[in-house]
Design a protein around this ligand. Structure first.
Ligand SMILES: [Zn+2]
Length: 127
């Protein structure tokens, strides 16, 4: 079940179509010189990752949603459960978002393309 899930593509930097090829050039989001570099096509099935101009603008909304989810989760943990100061929460949240930004950038793009490209294990656009 997990093998065919879009979650596999999102979590493991895989092509949304075949779940075999790499979506980003490097698997490490903290390799800062290449963290945003994507392969133009899947090395396994040939699916294009450069869909159209401006396609990944929508990923900004996903990134925003992920950042808000982290903020709400951290608020519930620190302020509601642990009764910590709101200023401490804001400092930890700000530092967390800065440190997580390469990861959020990549996960947002993977979520976005997975909304439009479904899993088809035998797909090939290679000729
Ligand atoms: Zn592929």
């Amino acid at each position: 079940m997990f093998k065919q899930s879009r979650l596999k593509s999102i979590l493991f930097n895989k092509c949304p179509r075949c779940h075999q090829g790499q979506f980003f050039v490097s698997n490490n989001p903290y390799q800062l010189k290449v963290f945003d570099k994507m392969n133009a096509r899947c090395s396994h099935c040939g699916e294009s990752f450069e869909r159209e101009v401006g396609f990944y603008y929508g990923a900004m909304y996903v990134s925003y949603g992920l950042a808000v989810a982290i903020g709400v989760g951290l608020f519930l943990l620190m302020v509601v459960l642990l009764s910590m100061d709101v200023l401490a929460y804001l400092i930890v949240y700000t530092i967390s978002i800065i440190l997580l930004s390469p990861l959020l950038f990549r996960k947002a793009r993977l979520v976005w393309i997975n909304l439009f490209v479904g899993f088809r294990p035998n797909f090939s656009s290679k000729k």
